[in-house]
Design a protein around this ligand. Structure first.
Ligand code: IDP
Ligand code: MG
Length: 153
């Protein structure tokens, strides 16, 4: 099954939104196969946000992402990367559609609650950045047949 990386950012931790967000992913039918809390540092953030290091807001983004420990998650499901990006919504919370996580919980372009991988390839790279192989588990939820038709899995 396809995998993606989700990070519950310090904005989710400080605002006590962790349970609500995890609940959304589980109710959707995505399977949590890895989850842990960790304090991010500048080194890992410079890798993770390499496409943004030259932006004027990067120092502020760094500080924001280190403002609390984060929760990193590996989610699995059919077309998981695209599904989770849709659930996440547009980068800027003020532009994200209601019904998305950012649309429902964020008013900010920076403090936008969650990170989600933007492609299957990046998902694999990002999971390897935040998880050791043994921290991602293989199991089949007992009720998978009520989440998918037989020809979908
Ligand atoms: P994404 O999180 O929707 O994939 P990216 O462009 O990859 O968006 O940016 C990564 C993160 O950097 C965003 O989630 C947000 O926290 C922050 N960010 C992006 N653009 C801005 C900006 O213009 N101002 C402040 N922070 C930004
Ligand atoms: Mg991105």
């Amino acid at each position: 099954m396809e995998q993606t990386l989700v990070i519950l950012k310090p904005s989710a931790i400080h605002r006590a939104l962790v349970g609500k967000i995890i609940d959304r992913f589980q109710k959707k039918g995505l399977v949590i196969t890895g989850m842990k809390m960790m304090q991010l540092d500048e080194k890992i953030l410079r890798e993770h946000y390499a496409h943004l290091v030259e932006k004027p807001f990067f120092p502020s983004l760094l500080e924001s992402m280190m403002a609390a420990p984060v929760i990193v998650m590996c989610l699995e499901g059919k077309d998981c990367v695209e599904v989770v990006r849709m659930m996440t919504g547009a980068t800027n919370g003020r532009k994200a559609l209601p019904g998305t996580i950012r649309g429902d919980y964020s008013m900010s372009g920076q403090e936008n609650i969650v990170h989600a991988s933007d492609s299957i390839e990046n998902g694999q790279i990002e999971l390897a950045r935040f998880f050791k192989p043994e921290e991602i588990f293989k199991y089949t939820p007992s009720d998978l047949r009520f989440f998918y038709a037989p020809d979908e899995i």
